[in-house]
Design a protein around this ligand. Structure first.
Ligand SMILES: Cc1cc2nc3c(=O)[nH]c(=O)nc-3n(C[C@H](O)[C@H](O)[C@H](O)COP(=O)(O)OP(=O)(O)OC[C@H]3O[C@@H](n4cnc5c(N)ncnc54)[C@H](O)[C@@H]3O)c2cc1C
Length: 551
């Protein structure tokens, strides 16, 4: 077990306060900004290739192994933080502690900690279908090109659809009800949801969720790739360090300007001549970093400059309106369902039942070995010549006004092929703010999601009743309901992506257009995927590492 290495801030070369920092040539071959899944993979692969690599993360520790100690009392005396225990997932929405980004960092619900959002998410780990790469990614990123990246992620990142170490599956009444409905009734195929890596499909499939857990605990890149990077003498990891901007001389990134809570003012960390800077701050914060580095929409750069946040004059800007444009999140709908056959289960942060607690602590078994989802399913809905991906994920309990025993929640998302997008702008303090209200701005998208819901409703058995919408609603009624604001509709899933797209924001090597040695590798460069984004984002990072190392 290796503990995260923190460099002292005194090791950083600092410019005079208030001046624009410059970099004369430092030690590092590569600086990676952000320890989310993509950043960790980039840092691991760059250091493995012999590059002297520095990974910078603004947040602090998360998993116990990284120094994280935030946890409820029942974990005292263990080597577990709240992050390690999958069943504590939902508590992040009530009390995010130090793991979530504060409002002066980003205007959205996001993880700012070692592992990024993989330290606070549900751990659902689904391979995107081959069609995502073939339809929505550029040449050299199609399914055939992605095979080695897919194999590398599968080889290095454990995952499971049966997380309890006693081999039993828990909370299966909801799974059985959903299977009867969707497999027996609606004709979905009951499959292993990551089966068939080479020509992977997610068309009309249903199954047990797959999570990136190991040994009854949350795994993820911070437990896998980061640990191998930390073994190398040419790798350093510095937490609590925010990168304010990339320092550049024209088209060359020479280093990064950083700030820490302890230090007054900012410092600079420089790359060697010929070195590289890779931004992996996530789909909201990488565009912010580009803008603060004078790369972006000139209107936004003008405002940033007027607010005193941009040191370089406008002739030094790289104007590109694609930075932050067409950001995507899944439009979410909660459908509450009830059946006498379902036993609901609520996860408690402080006070699990004695049997659930003991099963977890003594055997890494029971309901706390997973984050509450009991099944997942996908289909594609034809809209004109296009196919729109739709996903359903079923939870172990009801929500909001429907929490009696016997209820469960179906989350329905629209996914790949949707056409409604927002934009990452900056508020008056220069903080990333995704535009709201863009869901279903293309009416075709609501039609697709409505058709998906209407299709499965037609197969509802009489024993299973939707509680917040009538099960016999017409297609028009479903489309109207999902598009009308309510606590159950038009919700964000916080799966932000697609804010720095291929061909307009980065080239096929993930290099920022207009720059020589500055790259973006994270969910920003991904198109909207059919699946929850982490596994796809990790595959993208593996592919990006291959491309960058080949330059
Ligand atoms: C509540 C929640 C649940 C989710 N559930 C799932 C799920 O079950 N399955 C799934 O596949 N996806 C899920 N997601 C989405 C998924 O976790 C993200 O899509 C994914 O983590 C994005 O990876 P990334 O590499 O782009 O960076 P991120 O995970 O966004 O991480 C970026 C990191 O960079 C750091 N950073 C940013 N800017 C700077 C800076 N200037 N200086 C230093 N550090 C910086 C941040 O602090 C952060 O740690 C969920 C997300 C949330 C919020």
């Amino acid at each position: 077990m290796k503990v995260t290495q923190i460099l002292s801030t005194a090791a950083l070369a600092g410019p005079a306060l208030g001046s624009t920092p410059c970099c004369e040539g430092g030690d590092y071959d590569v600086i990676v900004v952000g320890s989310g899944p993509a950043g960790i993979i980039m840092a691991d692969r760059m250091s493995e290739a012999g590059k002297k690599t520095l990974l910078l993360e603004q947040g602090g520790p998360s998993y116990y192994i990284t120094g994280g100690r935030e946890r409820p009392g029942w974990l005292n005396g263990t080597e577990l933080s709240r992050v390690d225990v999958p069943g504590l997932y939902k508590s992040i929405f009530a009390n995010g502690g130090d793991l979530v980004c504060p409002p002066d960092v980003v205007n959205a619900f996001q993880g700012c900690t070692v592992g990024g959002n993989t330290a606070i998410n549900a751990g659902l780990f689904f391979q995107p279908p081959a069609s995502d790469w073939d339809l929505y990614f550029p040449e050299s990123w199609h399914n055939a090109d992605m095979q080695s990246a897919i194999s590398k992620v599968r080889a290095k990142q454990p995952s499971t659809d049966s997380p309890s170490l006693d081999g039993k599956r828990y909370l299966q009444s909801g799974y059985e009800a959903a299977k009867q409905w969707l497999v027996d009734g609606a004709g979905y195929a009951d499959v292993g949801l990551n089966d068939g890596p080479e020509d992977h499909q997610k068309t009309k499939v249903f199954g047990h969720p797959i999570w990136n857990y190991e040994g009854g605990q949350r795994s993820g890149p911070a437990k896998t790739y980061l640990q191998s990077a930390l073994q190398r003498p040419n790798f350093s990891f510095q937490t609590g360090t925010k990168v304010v901007r990339v320092i550049r001389e024209g088209e060359t990134a020479t280093g990064v300007e950083t700030s820490t809570k302890e230090a007054n003012g900012t410092s600079s960390i420089c790359v060697k001549k010929g070195g590289r800077v890779i931004l992996s701050g996530g789909a909201l914060l990488s565009p912010q970093l580009l803008m603060w580095s004078g790369i972006g929409d000139p209107e936004i750069l003008t405002n940033l400059s007027l607010a005193g946040h941009l040191p370089m004059p406008s002739p030094d800007w790289i104007n590109n309106t694609a930075v932050g444009d067409k950001v995507f999140d899944n439009p979410n709908t909660f459908i509450e369902l009830s059946s006498e056959a379902i036993s609901s289960f609520d996860y408690s942060y402080d006070d699990p039942t004695i049997s659930a607690r003991d099963l977890y602590l003594n055997e890494r078994s029971g309901p706390y070995t997973f984050a509450s989802q009991t099944s997942a399913f996908w289909n594609f809905i034809k809209q004109g010549d296009d196919l729109v991906g739709c996903q359903g994920t079923i939870d172990s309990s009801g929500a909001m006004d429907f929490t009696k025993n016997g209820t469960m929640t179906l989350n329905v998302y629209g996914t790949s092929g949707l056409r409604s997008f927002g934009r990452v702008g900056l508020d008056d303090k220069g903080i990333a703010t995704p535009s709201g209200g863009f869901f279903y701005s293309d009416p075709r998208d609501a039609q697709a999601v409505g058709t998906f819901v209407h299709g499965i409703f037609k197969a509802l058995p009489p024993t299973l009743k939707p509680l917040n919408i009538a099960g016999n609603s017409t297609l028009e009624e479903v489309v109207k309901w999902i598009s009308t604001p309510s606590p159950y509709t038009l919700g964000n899933v916080q799966h932000w992506s697609s804010s720095c797209r291929f061909e307009t924001c980065v080239d096929a090597d993930t290099r920022v257009i207009g720059m020589d040695n500055l790259f973006v590798v994270d969910a920003s460069i991904s198109s909207p995927l059919t699946t929850n984004p982490v596994m796809g984002t990790m595959i993208i990072a593996e592919r990006a590492a291959e491309r960058i190392l080949a330059l």
